[in-house]
Design a protein around this ligand. Structure first.
Ligand code: UDP
Ligand code: MG
Length: 312
């Protein structure tokens, strides 16, 4: 019998957990219809929820002690940390990461499993084809994938979800990366191996509401770019170089006119605007450098990515 580990991050999801378990359980029953081939291991991560999420996890664990486990954080550490905790604590010959709100349909598991078992793939990811979200968000997200693709060495497919099924070997490779600043979508690509993607239409949340604000999404995008690319640093150097070059030409122009034509260029407004422009460019580039230093600072402190309060 083969074991399939399911990592399920939950943050204030009291309404979804039981429904998720029921739906996924049915998928496993169907997979084991003829002979019992697959055994699930549910690992729910309680990411510092303030509602009854933990209580429901505990109830479920008591009902199905052989299949259900949970890890509970001491506070909210974010989905990236929850996934890291899941990967560190899960067993299983195959491992999947999935959202508890059923936006990652458990019904796709058999298909993903079949692809890994019959074709030469180590990981099957999911791409959402249509997703009802506000147009500004959709536009920004499509631009993010373009910028990411342009700037960074790892290629993250547009609209790819965190939902994926991996072999044990793939998971062990992911566990080799101990970074504090985590952009898991990039990490999954960085480790290599053979990954393929299946497409499915976007699903509505089963219950509750999304936890992402616009600002968090922006931060997440910056994380993705900074963690996997030093192109912004090169860009800062380039902008600095170009503005240096232009100002030298401008300076020569002014000096030559003053010496040879006794015509010192007048006009402080243009001077002020140039100073402001250069100042702006400097601050912008300093900001880029600062972002990287901030990451190094966090990384060098070597703090744990999460703290577990209890687990079973
Ligand atoms: N989640 C989490 N910690 C957080 C935010 C979200 O563990 O700080 C979980 C959440 O419970 C869900 C998954 O991550 O299972 C995806 O979150 P959400 O549905 O809010 O994101 P969306 O589907 O809108 O991208
Ligand atoms: Mg969701």
């Amino acid at each position: 019998m083969e074991k399939i580990g399911l990592i399920v991050p939950c943050y204030n999801e009291e309404q979804s957990i039981k429904l998720f378990y029921k739906t996924t359980d049915q998928v496993f029953q169907k997979m084991n219809q003829d002979e019992k081939k697959y055994e699930p291991e549910y690992l729910f991560i309680n990411d510092g929820s303030s509602d009854n999420t933990l209580k429901i996890m505990k109830d479920l664990q008591r009902e199905h002690p052989e299949y259900v486990h949970y890890v509970s954080f001491s506070r909210n550490f974010g989905k990236e940390s929850a996934m890291a905790a899941g990967l560190n604590n899960i067993n299983g010959d195959y491992v999947a990461v999935m959202d508890v709100d059923l936006q990652d349909p458990p019904a796709l598991l058999p298909k993903m499993l079949k692809i890994i078992q019959t074709q030469d793939y180590d990981c099957v990811g999911c791409i959402q084809t249509s997703r009802k979200q506000n147009p500004v968000r959709a536009f920004l997200s499509s631009q993010f994938y373009k910028v990411m693709d342009w700037l960074s060495d790892v290629q993250v497919k547009p609209n790819v979800r965190d939902y994926r099924l991996m072999t044990r070997q793939f998971v062990d490779a992911v566990l080799e990366l101990h970074e504090y600043n985590r952009f898991t979508k990039g990490i999954f690509t960085w480790v290599g191996f053979n990954t393929t993607y299946i497409k499915y239409p976007g699903q509505k949340r089963a219950a509750g509401h999304s936890h992402w604000s616009m600002y968090q999404l922006l931060e997440y995008s910056l994380e993705g770019i900074i963690d996997f690319s030093d192109a912004p640093l090169k860009f800062a150097t380039l902008v600095g170089g170009i503005s240096c070059f232009l100002s030298i030409i401008g300076l020569l122009f002014v000096v030559i006119r003053a010496i040879f034509y006794q015509d010192s260029v007048a006009g402080w407004p243009s001077l002020v605007s140039i100073i402001l422009l250069i100042g702006g460019i400097q601050l912008f580039c300093l900001g880029i450098v600062g972002n990287y230093i901030g990451k190094i600072y966090l990384e060098s402190k070597n703090r744990p990515k999460y703290i577990i309060k209890e687990k079973k």
